[in-house]
Design a protein around this ligand. Structure first.
Ligand code: ADP
Length: 672
């Protein structure tokens, strides 16, 4: 066994590989781009080397930079993870050329599966069933259109060099073929530098079932059962499980044998995945991924094996110690991928700063593979996956229960994620029943995304409590800094007026104003919520975590604040509120000086008012697009827009004064 391992990757997969390598006593070597200088994988490794600037082509995809680090660090082996250079045969060869062991299959096996079309031709020869279609060399429009007729509609055009769903188009009828083909070719050529496509019959309600294979350098190949990855958005996986619901032993053996045949046909070594698309009892080869998959933890959970450990051992020349019959399944495992993305905007990747991050910790049967920490920036440079949460149980319902419970213990603030969507998806009857097809998310999307939008009272109470606690902390600092810390003017309990005082906290929730009247009690606040008054108290931590007791019930949530913008995290759900007309007095960033500022750098995409406009509290004044997220600048109170300083299309820095606002004469009763 080699003694050092360089991980040519980042994020959760780099962290995951480092953990196993360290357990095996290897010296771990991380690499990083400028954007990842403080990243978790850099922290976890024994040593770390800079590759270059943030863009992947200049860092994680930069073969020369990687080879230089491999040499300089003396790394005896290199694990590519997944993505980046994991399926790049030239890189695998260059690593070997540099005298290091590439932890992966032989370059020729990677090349054989590199083109979907060539792989299909090869699999056809090996007797592996294929989706009816065309994967020939002729690529002129006429031939393709004719072949399309033969395949029949609906059909799918796929980029031969494809991956990640790029260059893929479904076509319903012949009239749309030419345009879809042109689109697929354009995308394929832009993404892969290769415009070639293949055609496949578009299966109507298929499932994605893939088989994990493993081979050593001594001619042994086994499979480690299947994973069902049918829950997909935009043809990309978000939930995976092992084993596949409804799989019977005979069919499992048949698919396993087909996968092993596929691997053997190309002289495969190490961990690989043979992907099938299944409909009814039929299954067809789609492609083989010649690397570790994102979803490998579900296989690890049900087999009890560490696949990275076996990748390393196989790379070091060890013999696989099992025959097929030695491997068995234990229970059921389900994984979800937590992505920085916006389900409400067709799952568009989201960026921003992870102001608050809570991941499940120490739950039985739950594993979390994450590559991020609170405070990290999620940038458009890399894949937006934040973490994987995997639950294992004696059976499928038990695994799902554990996973669902684990998601309740998860919270992300500062970046839009698919967390609430994942919860709703796991609650969907078809998912609970098992065996859903790849179209489920597409069909159920409207329902899934509409669910959970109404603001629960608990979230409103947390928002109010956080604002009060924040104010109290500020006043405490002011008091400590002033000459007379005991001055009654620094009290926030409201007793100084010697009458019962109150304060109205006003929020806008999707443009609707919500008022929470607050009265002060000796040890708590009394909050008037829509359904009645409750006592509330709590402790607000610096990262926004709020441990509260509201109406006699403990509630743990978080309130993340950016200017007037509040995000309340309650369980796995995030609710956005805008604070209107903040506490009168010295709040620093609350527009007291009459200007409204940009909460982050971005571009102005809408100017909704002109100077002189009289507006109500909560009215939209401007929309700023920052890092693919929209921020609405709203009127903090009823009043008049005195000045509009920027125009649509302008680029502004964080803190730029966008508008001057005059608050209408104060009507609020009471003061703090
Ligand atoms: P990529 O490599 O770009 O991710 P794949 O070939 O792996 O593309 O396909 C991705 C997904 O697209 C599959 O998991 C499946 O849901 C869907 N898909 C692929 N081929 C077909 C097909 N012939 N019919 C229906 N759906 C398909």
């Amino acid at each position: 066994m080699f003694t050092s391992l360089l991980i040519a990757n980042r994020g959760e997969i780099a962290c995951r590989i480092i953990r196993t390598a360290r357990r095996m006593g290897l010296r771990t070597i991380a690499v990083y781009s400028d954007a990842d200088r403080e990243a978790l994988h850099v922290e976890l490794a024994d040593e770390a080397w800079r590759l270059g600037p943030a863009p992947a082509v200049e860092s994680y995809l930069n073969q020369n930079a990687l080879l230089a680090v491999i040499k300089a660090s003396g790394a005896e082996a290199v694990h590519p993870g997944y993505g980046f250079l994991a399926e790049n045969a030239d890189f695998a060869e260059a690593v070997a050329g540099a005298g290091s062991v590439f932890v992966g299959p032989p370059p020729d096996a990677v090349r054989a599966m590199g083109s979907k079309a060539a792989a299909k031709a090869l699999m056809h020869k090996a007797g592996v069933p294929l989706v009816p279609g065309y994967h020939g060399d002729a690529q002129d429009t006429e031939t393709l259109a004719r072949e399309a007729e033969a395949v029949g509609y609906p059909l799918l055009i796929k980029a031969s060099a494809g991956g990640g769903g790029k260059g893929m188009r479904a076509v319903e009828r012949p009239a749309d073929f030419a345009e879809a083909l042109a689109g697929a070719q354009r995308e394929a050529s832009a993404s892969f530098g290769d415009a070639r496509v293949l055609l496949e019959k578009y299966l109507q309600r298929p499932r994605h079932i893939e088989v994990q294979v493993f081979a050593d350098t001594h001619g042994n190949t086994v499979h480690m059962f299947e994973r069902d990855c049918s829950l997909q958005r935009r043809h990309q996986k978000v939930v995976e499980e092992a084993p596949a619901p409804g799989m019977d032993p005979a069919r499992r053996a048949e698919m396993g044998a087909a996968a092993v045949a596929a691997a053997e046909a190309i002289g495969y070594v190490g961990a690989g995945t043979v992907e099938f698309i299944a409909e009814g009892n039929a299954f067809y080869f789609m492609e083989m991924n010649t690397r570790l998959q994102v979803e490998h933890p579900v296989t690890e959970a049900v087999t009890g094996l560490d696949l990275v450990e076996w990748q390393l051992r196989v790379a070091a020349g060890e013999v696989l110690p099992w025959r097929q019959d030695d491997l068995s399944l234990d229970g059921h495992a389900v994984e979800v991928r937590l992505y920085a993305e916006d389900p409400g905007r067709d799952f568009l990747p989201a960026t921003g700063r992870l102001d608050h991050l809570r991941l499940p910790d120490g739950l039985p049967g739950v594993r979390v593979d994450s590559g991020v920490q609170a405070g990290d920036a999620v940038t458009p440079n890399y894949d937006p996956m934040l973490a994987k949460i995997i639950a294992h149980g004696a059976n499928r319902p038990a695994a799902l229960r554990r996973l669902r419970h684990a998601l309740e213990q998860t919270g992300v603030g500062g970046v839009t994620t698919n967390l609430a969507f994942l919860c709703d998806l796991l609650d969907h009857p078809e998912v609970r029943a098992g065996g859903a097809d790849t179209g489920l998310i597409g069909r159920a999307r409207a329902d899934l995304i509409a669910a959970g939008e109404a603001l629960p009272e608990g979230a409103l109470a947390l928002a109010a409590l956080a604002e009060l606690e924040r104010r109290r902390a500020e006043v405490a600092v002011e008091a400590a800094e002033s000459g007379d810390p005991h001055s009654p003017w620094h009290t926030t309990t409201g007793w100084r007026l010697n009458v019962e005082t109150h304060l109205d906290l006003r929020f806008a929730v999707r443009e609707v104003e919500q008022v929470v009247r607050v009265r002060y009690r000796p040890e708590a606040y009394l909050l008037d919520l829509p359904s009645g008054s409750v006592d509330a108290r709590g402790h607000l931590a610096d990262d926004g975590t709020l441990d509260a007791e509201i109406g006699g019930r403990r509630l743990r949530g978080a309130v993340v604040r950016r200017g007037h913008d509040l995000t309340v995290l309650l369980g796995p759900r995030a609710y956005r509120l805008i604070r209107l007309q903040p506490l009168a007095g010295a709040e620093s960033d609350a527009g007291v000086d009459g200007t409204l500022t940009a909460p982050m750098p971005g571009k102005i995409t809408k100017v909704a008012v002109e100077a002189g406009a009289e507006v109500d509290a909560g009215a939209t004044l401007m929309v700023l697009e920052a890092m693919k997220m929209e921020h609405t600048i709203v009127a903090p109170a009823q009043g008049r827009v005195a000045e509009v300083r920027y125009r649509m299309g302008d680029q502004v820095e964080e803190g730029t004064e966008l508008l001057v606002f005059e608050v209408a004469a104060e009507k609020e009763a009471g003061a703090a």
